[in-house]
Design a protein around this ligand. Structure first.
Ligand code: ADP
Length: 322
């Protein structure tokens, strides 16, 4: 009895698996059907659907589900170790593409999330990534500071939290980020999200909107270094350049005289910010285990930049850098 059950299972499982694959691939047009191992999947669909080319205009994401299409593309990229053709990207993108729905291929714009504790060096590295990969840099901290300065509704709401070193409520920041990611420059050029998501609710909100990233970079710096970095950090209001009073002070007296310190860059407030960071970081990381890369951030900025560049190119083999 035991034996016949296991024989049944041995026969049934492969049959069910083949049926699943055939059903899935029946919707994939010839010209994009990937080779999986030694099996050419599009050949195996010919008998099932002779007019499979009619699917050239089909919105694959809707038919198969965005998650499944992306999984197929990722697997194909991994196995073929080559760039996916532009045709795949064009065919697979939903009829009216939005930031939320665009599908990642080597030819589609880069989408990167960078995370790390306060003063872990995200700002400096983002400038370099922006130059290297020509993406739109979205820093939620900068966006909120601009909103506070402009006294918008969001700014008025955010101010008290920011002044206390606390996180702005999720529903406020989620709306701001989603709106920004839907703008044309982000859709066309891709994006580098800095400071978001910072809680599991924010990560869930992105996922629920269908917004996914290609790479999640995490800058790792020990806490004692962070406090030292924060307290000495100053910004030049004219150029936006960041200095450190001990490690990289400006040589020019005029610049030195106009440097400003962020109101939350005090020892007292950085402790609150670090506490919030540690409360949330594991949950956020947990949402991106498949695309996460940990970067050693306690090193010279140029070394960190090099590690980041390599990590992005390894995760997204077609990512073009300047
Ligand atoms: P840091 O990473 O050094 O704390 P940021 O410039 O990224 O600095 O953020 C400054 C402040 O803006 C945070 O302390 C917080 O109040 C607010 N903020 C930025 N991003 C978020 C976010 N994703 N969720 C909630 N609050 C945020």
């Amino acid at each position: 009895m035991m034996r016949s059950n296991s024989i049944n299972a041995a026969i049934t499982v492969p049959i069910l698996f083949s049926l699943l694959i055939c059903n899935t691939m029946a919707f994939v047009p010839h010209h994009i059907a990937p080779k999986w191992g030694n099996v050419n999947l599009y050949e195996s669909t010919d008998n099932i659907n002779p007019s499979v080319d009619d699917f050239a205009e089909v919105n694959l994401a809707q038919v198969l589900g965005l998650r499944r299409v992306k999984k197929m593309l990722r697997k194909y990229k991994r196995e073929s170790n080559s760039m996916v053709t532009t045709e795949v990207a064009v065919t697979a993108v939903p009829a009216s593409p939005s930031a939320a729905e665009s599908i990642n291929t080597a030819d589609s714009p880069l989408r990167v999330i960078i995370a790390g504790a306060p003063a872990s060096g995200k700002g400096t590295q983002c400038e370099i990534i922006k130059k290297n990969f020509d993406v739109v840099h979205l820093s939620t901290g900068d966006m909120l500071r601009a909103a506070v300065a402009a006294e918008t509704d969001v700014g008025k709401l955010a101010k008290e939290y920011m002044d206390a070193g606390k996180l702005v409520p999720d529903d406020v920041i989620i709306g701001v980020v989603k709106d920004r990611l839907a703008e044309e420059d982000c859709i066309k050029k891709g994006w580098l999200l800095d400071g978001f998501p910072r809680t599991s609710a924010q990560a869930d909100a992105l996922a629920e909107s269908g917004i996914s990233a290609d790479c999640f970079l995490f800058l790792n710096v020990p806490d004692n270094k962070l406090v030292e970095r924060v307290v000495g950090r100053r910004t030049d209001p004219e150029t936006g350049k960041i200095y450190h009073m001990t490690f990289s002070p400006p040589e020019d007296e005029e610049i030195l005289a106009r440097l400003e310190q962020r109101s939350d860059d005090t020892e007292e407030k950085v402790k609150v910010r670090l506490e919030q960071f540690h409360t949330n970081v594991e949950a956020v990381k947990g949402s991106y285990t498949d695309i996460a890369v940990e970067i050693e951030g306690d090193s010279k900025p140029e070394n960190v930049a090099e590690s980041i560049k390599k990590a992005i190119q390894q995760k997204i083999p077609g990512a073009a850098s300047k």
